[in-house]
Design a protein. Sequence first.
Length: 166
Amino acid sequence: MFKEVCNTLGMSRAELAEKLGLSKTTVDSWSDNSRISKTAKVALELMLENHKLRSIIKNFQDGFASLNSYNLGENMMNNVYSKDHNDLINRINHIFNELKLSEITCARAMGESNYAKINQILNFKMYPDFDFLEKFALTFKINHHWLLTGEGSPFANNFIKSNFNS
């Protein structure tokens, strides 16, 4: 029985002896269960039961946390993205890279009060509405049609020339 406790709890005989308030020699003398005192048997049984209950409680807590996460829509594995949504976010990220924008600088340029909305959009937690897309296109002088469809080029030719010449 003590071997089961040591294996289950991942402890040595010396650690078990210390927990039980016994000497290691006493624990080493338990060659079979008949040599273990009734008090020590009860303590060993309680240690195993306590470990099992803690494991059950931890599994319950993990399950409850997963359920809460799923209910709050935070479980990314359960969120299904459409190809259009993914492509749109890729185009927005392309603009971020081209203009060397951060979420903060983008929010400030667009006149947003904070960058939470942009963060949620870029992390697929929120679909951008058409007002946001129009404001994004106007603020950064992006081809609105390209932003929505991916057709054409992101910037007008005169914008590219003016940035190239400067």
